[in-house]
Design a protein. Structure first.
Length: 374
């Protein structure tokens, strides 16, 4: 992770410098000149070891993460677009045009895990610092939204079929001969589950769902008996997850809705077009006038909006030192709170009798502006 000095950069006679061919006034190049890349390299260098294969540069990986968020792309899409876009390459520190992928898309996942929450916060803090005094506003707007996970609408039958498929793959991988694979029966059960909301199909679908649970239980018990002890130890957490899913019922609390996203929970925000959403609740803080996002946190459980205020306001203070907003405007979902972390919480209410016409008009203007965060 030793940084190469820019002063010792040697010109390539076979390829011209990218900066000489691009528009120096392009917004992305202007942003690249403002970001303190040296600070990021200094902060993240301790996360790497001097031994082993040389790592990709921190500027490259950090730049890819920023571009991914700016354009709302997947890891694979951002890597593919990077090869085609010279401005993106210069943003990530390249001096000549690159014809190969900068890294494998999975490397971005490992890089995010390496940085952790604190590392991502440092990148977030730099993006806020670019706005200068505008980001240190006295009034802020706070709201919560649902950060949806990439899962399909959950049903008991669907998740039980996925458990059975995983168990069959595990048996095949370890060359275990199952007494029954239930392949033909599962195919018929899938057909029985079609149109399960129809009045005439409900009974058959309910019976098929129950049978899928029985099949999954049979396969779990058989694999526990036949798997080698070393492999069984590695699969303990998976078997516990499968058991918890098969045991849950309609009224069970903290239900699991997905195998690959077990932390997702059900959130009902009262929307007519989408009564239930599956993911995690996120809090957003933006400035009153300029709509600069200065705080964003995710919550591991579905708590009341008023209980999310302390955490997100602590993050705002942590990211911008010696800064604390005076007033926070929230919607009626935050009722019950008038103050949090030394910040006054304002919620829309009916006008007071003692309020003058000017005060009523001023409060109305505040709460009309609050909708900007939506």
């Amino acid at each position: 992770m030793i940084k190469k000095s820019e002063e010792n950069y040697q010109v390539n006679f076979l390829q011209t410098d990218l900066l000489d061919q691009l528009d120096e006034h392009h917004p992305l190049l202007a942003l690249a000149n403002k970001i303190p890349w040296d600070y990021l390299e200094k902060e993240f260098a301790s996360l790497y070891s001097s031994a082993g294969r040389p790592a990709k540069s921190i500027r490259l990986m950090s730049g890819l993460l920023i571009l991914k968020q700016m354009h709302n792309l997947s890891d694979q899409s951002v890597v593919e677009t990077w090869v085609e876009n010279p401005y993106w390459q210069v943003f990530c520190g390249m001096r000549t045009f690159q014809f190969k992928f900068p890294c494998d898309s999975s490397d971005l996942t490992y890089f995010r895990k390496r940085l952790g929450d604190q590392g991502i916060e440092k990148i977030f803090a730099i993006s806020i610092s670019l706005f200068g005094k505008k980001a240190a506003a006295k009034r802020v707007i706070i709201d919560t939204t649902v950060q949806e996970k990439n899962i399909t609408y959950p049903t008991d039958a669907k998740i039980r079929i996925k458990i059975i498929n995983r168990l069959q793959k595990l048996a095949k991988k370890n060359k275990i001969q199952l007494r029954r694979t239930f392949t033909r029966e599962i195919k018929q059960l899938r057909l029985d589950l079609r149109f399960f909301r129809h009045v005439k199909k409900r009974k058959k679908a309910k019976r098929a769902t129950k049978r899928l649970k029985t099949i999954a239980g049979i396969l779990i018990r058989e694999l526990i008996r036949k798997l080698p002890k070393e492999i069984l130890r590695q699969q303990v957490s998976d078997f516990e997850l499968f058991g918890k899913i098969l045991a849950q019922k309609r009224g069970t609390k903290n239900k699991i809705y997905s195998l690959h996203e077990p932390d997702a929970y059900c959130i009902a925000k009262g929307k007519d077009h989408k009564p239930y959403e599956y993911g995690s609740k996120a809090s957003i803080v933006s400035t009153f006038k300029d709509n600069i996002i200065i705080g964003a946190t995710s919550h591991s459980e579905n708590m009341h909006d008023s209980k999310t205020l302390e955490r997100v306001l602590r993050q705002v203070k942590r990211i911008q030192e010696n800064y604390q907003p005076e007033t926070a405007l929230c919607d009626r979902g935050y009722r019950g709170k008038s103050e949090a972390e030394g910040v006054k919480i304002m919620i829309p209410k009916a006008p007071l009798k003692r309020d003058s016409r000017y005060q009523k008009r001023k409060k109305g203007a505040y709460f009309r502006r609050r909708a900007a965060i939506e």
